[in-house]
Design a protein around this ligand. Structure first.
Ligand code: AMP
Length: 192
């Protein structure tokens, strides 16, 4: 199985690039943000729980996220692999992911990190806000909080994979197609 963590701050292009990756590699896309938004849309208990954290740009508690991802992995054990998008976002989640994959004799093949300067992230999120309907895209306070949460709680996850020799970083500024080309090249080295 090819199991990729697509990593980067909010607005780095993880969702856009995940769509391109799954179009050419038969991987199951697990986007925890999308899963939570689906729960919110369906007004489930999980959605109600996640909503207040998400609207403020804070992280949903680890145990909630981990349980949701574990269910998705269980449902798709026959898949050719997974692309994790927006997960893991804490070192605790990264450790839990390793443990759940190990249970099935699986592991993360590699992390691909999209690097985008902070000012560019803010510009992109504000542009996305015009059409996304996402409350967390809407104002400077929420956007700044998400970037701060990323810097403090999520960026150490890169080090977790670097220590395992599984880290590749890619410049996330440029055309969608050019960035995808670099991602695809990185995936090829993982597959070898
Ligand atoms: P995203 O769509 O990846 O930008 O995620 C939107 C929001 O969902 C985040 O700001 C968090 O509130 C929540 N969320 C998504 N993934 C996670 C995660 N792995 N851990 C905690 N919260 C998450």
């Amino acid at each position: 199985m090819l199991n990729i963590v697509l990593f980067g701050p909010p607005g780095a292009g993880k969702g856009t690039q995940s769509e391109k990756i799954i179009a050419s590699h038969s991987l199951i896309h697990i986007s925890t943000g999308d899963l939570f938004r689906k729960h919110i849309g369906e007004n489930t208990e999980l959605g109600k729980l996640a909503k207040s954290y998400m609207d403020a740009g804070n992280l949903v508690p680890d145990e909630v996220v981990i349980g949701m991802v574990e269910d998705k992995i269980q449902e798709n054990l026959k898949a050719e692999g997974f692309i994790f998008d927006g997960f893991p976002r804490t070192v605790n989640q990264a450790e839990a992911l390793d443990t759940m994959l190990e249970k099935h004799g699986l592991s993360i093949s590699g992390m691909i990190a999209l690097v985008v300067p902070e000012e560019e992230l803010k510009t992109r999120i504000k542009e996305r806000a015009k059409t996304s309907g996402r409350i967390d895209d809407q104002d400077d306070d929420r956007i700044n909080n998400r970037i701060q949460v990323y810097n403090k709680e999520t960026s150490p996850v890169a080090e977790y994979y670097r220590q395992q020799g599984k880290f590749t970083s890619i410049n996330g500024v440029g055309s969608i197609q050019d960035i995808y080309g670099k991602i695809d090249e990185a995936i090829t080295t993982l597959e070898v």
